[in-house]
Design a protein. Structure first.
Length: 686
């Protein structure tokens, strides 16, 4: 959803640039400096840049026939043809005896960034920045360049090396502006605040915000919305959320002259509530937004639908989907993507298929994200054949070009459905494919997982060796997956070898690989090695997970160390960063039952019911069977415990085996006369 909201802000913020450019294009405003096209533009570098050979005849004629500067500006502003670049246009202007001006270069810069032609944009800037050039950059030029940098930052999110390079470029542009005595305006500041916020450099965004006010420039709604977005990207804390809320309340209170909260600001706040899981506040703000007469947009509904999807509330997601339609807002592919995600989370394959068909009836073409969501969703819900059908349908659609993400999704579908032949077939097709879509590290990790699952460790090792020999940078997933394959076969030697190779490669270990090894030793009943791995893990500063503790509990159960098991359970239960899951509950409860501590098993079973954690039916059966057969617990205590457990299970709609239930009822409603009389409990259970 962040992408959608950011895109919305971005679109709204582009308007000032578009206005500057279009006014100049329509009315001929500008500096009209002549920039002679040097002969060097005909050299091989320029030829490589504009690739004239691919321009189609229709497009060629349009540019050839343009007979005025304004006509060229109009064509540039609306150009979507990636085969036409800035230098083809400049050459055509020269042939048509049309003199480019600074407005022309601004239009060309904006076009180049929009079409992803970064080399051409950089070359344009170099040419007009030359001190001998009669066409010199102005503030609009720099604002367009900075806007282009924001676009690059968004596209390279997570690539720290590339982000560092882009920020160095930004600093270089700012230095050029200072040297040319060009002062930053409000658009410059807003763009820079957005750039540093997108790149996770929040302190710099705040510094620019304060500098903006110092220079007597008024922050606008976009400034505040960007700051809210920036704070939202920080790690979770109430302090961060309170800062966001303070900014929002400041604008909303109308205490800043000329500023009134609009849908962009509300959307940014709603998106923050989404991140922080504050659903009640989100609902309140949405109601407040409508009461203020601010119409919700498709972005607003996207946030709401995603929020309820994240909390597995399909009913509310569908409610807002229907409300959006009743307000005559046309749902877009993002909305459908959110609804499909919610269907996946709630395991509703039929509804997912229905929504997919509905989207097509609305005339919305499925994009790669939609197709990937569908395949991953069917995979999660074990509807593997439907996943394969979606993939085949996607291949039939001429408007969608498959990327490696969707190939990885279908390969994973093959792995989970145990169709290892198809998995290898798709991989072979990818490997031999002449297109730009080639296997990546995720592809190889998935293949290793597939071969490990099929028990073909030789093939898994071959892929791993191939990666090493071809010096492909490995990540922790590759090592974890291969180690897990050997561990499941109880191949201790090779599992430890992979751990050593991971250490030698300088790959940071996580809880995953130690969990794999601890589980392996736990299955082997080797308590000593379990403890050794556990201590090594802690020594490396890795916090043990619930799975690690569950594996330790398994081996302790084997050696009847019930007290230690209960101690671990209590420690995890009291750790706010951990949550006891159904597997741990089951192992602890069953361990207590088998090792003759039924009272503790019942106590922990009631904890699980209270926490809303549904356990395997066998766990409930074990406790109740032990209660029925127990000869040491007093009769009235057995009856009381059976009644308590049965009532709790019934309240949660958890089913009990019918034969077992009948025997429990017989115990509860037919207590022995002597026990009933002795304990005065006979009437209580009748």
């Amino acid at each position: 959803m962040t992408t959608v909201v950011n895109a919305d802000y971005f679109s709204s913020y582009v308007k000032p640039y578009a206005a500057d450019i279009c006014v100049a294009a329509i009315f001929g405003l500008g500096y009209f400096f002549y920039k002679a096209l040097k002969k060097s533009q005909e050299d091989q570098t320029q030829v490589a840049l504009h690739k004239e050979s691919k321009v189609n005849v229709k497009s060629w004629n349009k540019w050839e026939q343009a007979n005025s500067l304004n006509k060229f500006h109009q064509y540039i502003n609306f150009n979507q043809d990636k085969n036409v670049d800035a230098f083809y246009i400049l050459n055509q202007m020269q042939k048509n005896n049309i003199l480019p001006d600074i407005v022309t270069y601004n239009c060309l810069l904006d076009m180049s960034f929009n079409l992803g032609q970064i080399l051409q944009a950089n070359k344009l800037y170099e040419e007009i920045s030359d001190f001998t050039s009669p066409v010199q950059p102005e503030i609009i030029t720099y604002n367009i360049i900075l806007k282009g940098c924001v676009k690059q930052i968004k596209e390279n999110s997570g690539n720290n090396e590339e982000l560092e390079r882009i920020f160095n470029k930004i600093n270089s542009f700012l230095s050029d502006m200072q040297n040319k005595n060009i002062q930053k305006n409000d658009i410059s500041y807003n763009t820079l605040i957005d750039a540093f916020a997108e790149g996770g450099r929040i302190e710099k965004s705040w510094e620019l915000y304060n500098e903006m006010k110092t220079n007597n420039l008024k922050p606008d709604l976009y400034t505040y919305a960007t700051l809210i977005k920036a704070l939202k990207s920080l790690p979770y804390s109430e302090e961060n959320f309170n800062q966001v809320n303070e900014i929002f309340e400041l604008v909303k209170s109308k205490s800043i002259e000329g500023l009134k909260a609009d849908d962009f600001l509300y959307n940014s706040m709603l998106d923050t509530c989404l991140k922080y899981g504050k659903i009640e506040l989100m609902e309140k703000l949405f109601t407040e937004m409508k009461n203020e007469g601010i119409l919700p947009s498709v972005v607003t509904y996207s946030i709401l639908i995603k929020a309820y999807g994240n909390s597995f509330n399909l009913e509310n997601s569908l409610h807002y989907f229907n409300e959006l339609r009743s307000n005559r807002i046309k749902p877009n592919d993002i909305i459908y993507g959110c609804i499909l995600n919610c269907c996946v989370k709630c395991s509703k394959p039929e509804l997912m298929t229905e929504m997919f068909e509905d989207m097509k009836r609305e005339g919305i073409l499925p994009n790669l994200y939609i197709y990937t969501t569908m395949i991953k969703g069917y995979n999660k819900m074990k509807q593997y054949n439907l996943g394969f059908k979606v993939f085949e349908k996607m291949k039939e659609d001429n408007f969608v070009q498959p990327n490696i993400v969707i190939y990885n999704a279908i390969i994973d579908n093959c792995v989970e459905s145990k169709d290892y032949d198809k998995m290898f077939e798709i991989y072979t097709h990818l490997k031999n494919n002449d297109s730009s879509v080639q296997p990546n590290i995720i592809t190889y990790s998935t293949l290793i997982k597939g071969f490990c699952k099929s028990g073909n460790m030789k093939k898994a090792q071959d892929i791993y060796t191939f990666l090493i020999e071809n010096k492909i940078k490995l990540d922790d997933v590759v090592f974890n997956t291969l180690c897990d394959g050997y561990a499941k076969l109880k191949d201790v030697e090779n599992a430890l070898r992979v751990l050593d190779e991971m250490k030698n490669a300088g790959i940071k270990r996580s809880a995953v690989i130690y969990t794999v090894l601890i589980k392996m030793y736990s299955c082997l009943g080797n308590e000593k090695k379990v403890n050794e791995m556990f201590e090594e893990m802690k020594k490396e500063g890795i916090k043990p997970t619930v799975v690690v503790y569950t594996s330790i509990i398994q081996v302790l159960n084997r050696y009847k160390k019930t007290e230690e098991v209960v101690n671990i359970y209590n420690m995890v239960k009291n750790d706010s960063s951990l949550k006891v899951d159904n597997l741990m509950y089951s192992f602890v409860i069953n361990g207590c039952c088998f090792n003759k501590n039924l009272e503790k098993a019942i106590e922990i079973l009631m904890d699980s019911i209270k926490d809303g954690v549904k356990l395997n039916e066998d766990t409930y059966n074990n406790v109740l069977e032990y209660l029925l057969a127990n000869k040491f617990m007093k009769h009235y205590e057995r009856v009381q415990n059976c009644s308590m457990i049965c009532k709790a299970l019934k309240d949660k709609n958890y089913q009990i085996n019918l034969d077992l239930y009948n025997r429990l009822m017989k115990l509860i409603y037919n207590p022995s006369e002597s026990n009933a009389k002795k304990n005065n409990t006979g009437k209580k259970y009748k």
